[in-house]
Design a binder for this molecule. Sequence first.
Ligand code: BES
Ligand code: MN
Ligand code: ZN
Length: 500
Amino acid sequence: MRIAVESGDITAARTDAIVVNLFEGVTSPGGGTGAVDRALGGAISDLIADGEIRGKSGEMTLIHTLGRMATRRVLVAGLGKAGEFDLDAVRNVSARAARFLRARGVRTAATIAHGAGIGGLEPRACGRAIAEGAALGLYRFDKYKSEDDPAPEFESLSVVEFDPGRVDDLSAGAREGEIVAGAAALCRDLVNEPGNRLTPADLAEAALGVAREADIELEVLGEDRMRELGMGALLGVAAGSRLPPRLIVMRYAGDPDDPGNSLGLLGKGITFDSGGISIKPALRMGEMKTDMAGAASVIAAMKAIGALRPRINVTAIAAVAENMPGGGAQRPGDIATAMNGKTIEVDNTDAEGRLVLADAACYAISLGLGRLVDVATLTGAMTVALGTVATGAFGNDRALMDAVLAAGRGAGERVWEMPTYKEYRRQLDSDVADIRNIGGRAAGSITGAMFIGEFVGDAAWVHLDIAATARSGSVRGWRVKGATGVPVRTLVDLAVSLAR
Ligand code: BES
Ligand code: MN
Ligand code: ZN
């Protein structure tokens, strides 16, 4: 889909459809919606008076213009209550309107800028949210379907703004929105691929694609190098699979003169998590193709960071392996030694994400990275704690945590802080090694996080557990069924906000 912003009168648009909007409770529409209402001889006001259009959030009303306007259809999109209106609402209305129109064969549409007028939101942020919403909402993963979806591809959306003074900001925002939504789409594409179509080597290949298009340095460590470095935790996880692991390292140098101005993004990249010898039950095991979403999100974030070029050095490190049972697999009770020399009692081979991230964190520390954010589909317990609404954030540094939470708010990806009280640490005590990889049933997401925290040295660190947010079982606004692309946009906003 192409997206453009232009100044003009929406009633003159010649696209297949035009999109206007209405807040709940408004009886005589103003702005662009009012102008379209007049062009239609008061059809919108009539439908409001009849109670058919109420402006409720998610409401979509299609009106056929029957020759009264250059366009054949007008879509009136409900914005919900004015008091609850925000950029999230803009993203969602933009996504729903685009999907609604595509399902009816519409290929080109013009829209007024939701929120930039009486909505009172900043035009730049609105332009971004409109572009993000439409691009994310129209996303489809159909490459393995032999027959095309009956709804043809949506070709172009043009945002038509009456006030010429707002066009530049709307345009700049739309451009950013296209970039970050493009990165989120890459993440979704990778996460949606099943374990047989996206192996550790394939994920490294995808990272190479990103590195090539945007002046990013790529280094891929294989098994031999991992052995030299002593990455026993990562190697232990990979031991049961026929597919060799990879450590993918991507470096973006946005501030080469100041190496201290840096951010490390670590990602869990289990291309399939069977549980290993501590094998998972069959029910919904297929969803474990999602277990590389952390790695996909940091690789995809680098695509947007490489395009936006903030003044900060960002290094992404994806720890990639497949967790399988097999003759060579690690066993429950085995003791692994991580790159920093710490010994780990592997009490449950299904708690593998923290193992691969332990070595990724050690590697990040060896590179001198002082600020780390790791992203992982780490614990099923996350669904119990926060449901599928919010990602859990755990950390050891107030400033970095606040920056992550703020980035999540800006991106419209909910992130909620969880505690890392020292009292939980004893749940990870082992009788035989320095630490154990499971901490019992209580506070499973917290002990999982704190396990990773044991390997970050003195670095400021935040862990994002996306186990419940990386995939959606239903269509919800800008989210479609399948991979969500969370938290790519948060990571990109974080890098931009930390840049000097
Ligand atoms: N990849 C899973 C976590 C997961 C579960 C993600 C459900 C998405 C949906 C992780 O590797 C895992 O198996 N975690 C265990 C940890 C336990 C053994 C301490 C879990 O959550 O049960
Ligand atoms: Mn597991
Ligand atoms: Zn896992």
